[in-house]
Ligand binder design. Structure first.
Ligand SMILES: NC(=O)c1ccc[n+]([C@@H]2O[C@H](COP(=O)([O-])OP(=O)(O)OC[C@H]3O[C@@H](n4cnc5c(N)ncnc54)[C@H](O)[C@@H]3O)[C@@H](O)[C@H]2O)c1
Length: 433
């Protein structure tokens, strides 16, 4: 059974279904479609599918033309119709894995997606889970749900886990250039999944089980959470010693081995780094294992917006101004540079923290015209000399490329630079994190 599918994959005749067309699923589906595979992009969101059918992108990294070309060619079919899974020989699940309450995973999207797959799956199909999740998910959650179809994994159908490693906003390391890690349930599952990803990526690295592949992704993301936590702590220490943390990082990174630079800021945001390690934390706790590193780093990072607000209060005081009633412009509100994503965005927390202290906060972001998140509704400001001059402080929270920082320096009274965007610029107006 699996040899037939293997041939179909190698000949690019296998039809692919990508379930969940977000930051991960859309570029992946287009990756297959542009390599000639007939690819169904399946999403429950009618508005996303309507956009795609018109060749319109809702993700910064994906250009309209990348969608329109395969839609017109007939290799990419966006749809909300989950029964199209019946026509697919390989189905890849890329749905969200958020946190439900503090420190508890919300597996409802994965459950609903796998149930749709089980309802529509045909014999001889390969299913791959890409959503970031705790070790054991594929075997303990996905496999029993799939086998409710009456089909046996390893015999009638095939199952593997392969974590997505996409880095939104990164134009160099795009989905088709990043090596894939794969762990299948059986040798046949491994062989098929390896063949599938080899069609679109430069390297497929096999591990011995789905759990090892799940843990690989969590090791990568937790590594970032912890190192960002440490560098934020180091930034606070450097401030107390009156040392420039940015200068220290630049010096440390001249070491050609054993060091990797991470940069301080308002903490971590987006769908991955703040949430994925919590999946690991939760699962490890069930096995009687507590991660002090994850908890500590998450707490240090979460405290950064309040730390920055307190620093700003002191900076204003040094200029004879109280934070209550002070006009503050936050520059950049997304969770990172050149990306539209507002999920878990630390600058939003900074705005809330400054407002709690009585500041009159406005914002500018070239990618976000207005804010409507967490009960916060504010229109973005246009960057004019008059508006800048009216602020008591400008806080550079995100270093988007499409901002004229020289213009801001010229017209702002004072700048609190959390991103070292003014590296090498000497001005009494600038204070760095
Ligand atoms: N965004 C990233 O940078 C990134 C990077 C690596 C891994 N991941 C992981 O990949 C997974 C997906 O993340 P994302 O950022 O693409 O999420 P997203 O929210 O951008 O997209 C998920 C999509 O799935 C759709 N969806 C939800 N339930 C569905 C269902 N039952 N059937 C069909 N469609 C459904 C939603 O409508 C949405 O369009 C998560 O586990 C995430 O942790 C994300």
């Amino acid at each position: 059974m699996h040899k037939k599918l293997l041939q179909a994959i190698k000949a690019r005749k296998a039809k692919i279904g990508v379930v969940g067309l977000g930051y991960v699923g859309l570029p992946l589906a287009l990756g297959f479609a542009t390599k000639g595979f007939k690819t169904f992009g399946i999403d429950t969101s009618e508005s996303k599918v309507a956009h795609l059918l018109k060749g319109k992108s809702y993700i910064t990294d994906v250009a309209d033309k990348e969608i329109l070309t395969p839609v017109k060619k007939g290799t990419f079919y966006p749809t909300t119709d989950l029964s199209r899974i019946q026509e697919c020989q390989a189905v890849i699940i890329c749905v969200p894995t958020p946190i439900k309450r503090r420190y508890t995973p919300d597996i409802s999207f994965m459950l609903s997606a796998v149930r749709s797959v089980a309802k529509n799956i045909s014999k001889g199909t390969l299913v791959v889970l890409e959503s970031t999740t705790y070790p054991g998910t594929t075997e303990e959650l996905i496999l029993p749900e799939l086998e409710k179809s009456g089909l046996k994994v390893g015999k009638d159908i095939f199952l593997a886990f392969s974590p997505e490693r996409i880095d939104p906003g990164n134009a160099t390391h795009t989905v088709t250039r990043i090596p894939k890690v794969v762990g299948g349930m059986t040798p046949a599952c491994n062989e098929l999944t390896k063949a599938l990803y080899s069609a679109i990526t430069p390297l497929v690295h096999m591990v011995s089980s789905p759990s090892a592949a799940e843990m690989t992704k969590l090791l990568e993301n937790t590594f970032r959470l912890i190192n960002i936590g440490w560098v934020n702590e180091a930034a606070m220490m450097c401030k107390s010693f009156d040392i420039d943390v940015w200068e220290v990082i630049d010096a440390a990174k001249t070491k050609p081995f054993g060091f990797m630079p991470f940069y301080p800021g308002l903490g971590v945001g987006g769908h991955c780094i703040p949430e994925d390690p919590i999946y690991l934390y939760w699962k490890a706790k069930q096995r009687g294992c507590t991660s002090r590193f994850i908890k500590l780093s998450a707490d240090v990072n979460a405290a950064m917006p309040d730390y920055a607000a307190d620093r700003l209060k002191d900076l204003l005081a040094a200029r004879g101004r109280k934070i209550k009633g002070a006009r503050v412009l936050v520059l950049g509100v997304t969770y990172k540079k050149d990306v539209k994503d507002l999920r878990k965005s630390p600058p939003i927390k900074l705005i809330e923290s400054l407002r709690k202290r009585g500041a009159v906060v406005s914002f500018h972001d070239p990618l976000v015209p207005y804010l409507d998140v967490d009960g916060l509704k504010i229109d973005g400001e246009a960057l004019t000399s008059k508006m800048l001059a009216a602020q008591d402080y400008v806080v550079v929270a995100v270093d988007h490329t499409a901002v004229d920082y020289a213009f801001i320096l010229k017209h702002a009274k004072a700048i609190f630079d959390l991103k070292n965007i003014y590296k090498g610029v000497s001005s009494k107006k600038i204070t760095k994190l």
